[in-house]
Design a protein around this ligand. Structure first.
Ligand code: ZN
Length: 185
């Protein structure tokens, strides 16, 4: 099938390329749908012992320190590392917009600067003017930074509205087919 696809592309016929791509797009669409839904991971041995509420509370504690005068969208994150320590971060914006940083990366870089090299879980909260009324998911750049410090199957991403109301997904679910450090070995 793969060989047929390559041959069709070599022929460079638009119709044949379309026939070749349709099954691929349908499969990818189903795969994306299957991976998108948050599910309870508490039965998974990798995540069973993680105190979700404690992690979320740490994020709420630091959220008032978020510096977001431009978006007014205040985000906070708390990351649980391999050592068992928790590090926090908030989004810090800048008048030169790209110079700002997300809460998740701020927390992870904080942890890395303290010598941590493994992420087990990260809790994320956020909302306009600091009001958390919906689940806040990490941007693509932050997902890639998480990928640097953990096996995607073993990193738990917790998107919370409160210490008891949250959704959780593995990093693999949020960032399928990812590129990580081992790809360069
Ligand atoms: Zn981000």
């Amino acid at each position: 099938m793969g060989g047929a696809c390559i041959l069709l592309f070599e022929v460079n016929s638009n119709v044949e390329e379309l026939f070749c791509l349709v099954p691929f797009l349908v499969i990818m669409s189903f795969a994306a749908t299957a991976l998108a839904a948050p599910t309870d991971k508490s039965a998974d041995p990798a995540f069973r012992d993680i105190d979700r509420s404690a992690l979320i509370k740490r994020a709420f504690e630091v959220q008032p320190k978020s510096y977001a005068p431009y978006s007014n969208f205040n985000v906070a994150a708390a990351v649980l590392c391999g050592s068992g320590k928790i590090y926090t971060g908030v989004n810090v914006e800048n008048a030169s917009y790209p110079a700002g940083i997300c809460a998740e990366r701020n927390a992870i870089f904080h942890a890395a600067a303290e010598g941590e090299r493994q992420i087990k879980a990260i809790a994320i909260i956020g909302g306009p003017k600091g009001v958390v009324s919906d689940y806040c998911s990490p941007c693509g750049v932050c997902r890639q930074v998480m990928r640097e410090f953990g096996d995607p199957k073993k990193v738990l991403v917790i998107m919370a509205k409160s210490p008891t109301d949250y959704q959780e997904m593995t990093l693999e679910e949020l960032l399928p087919l990812s590129f990580g450090p081992e790809n360069l070995n």
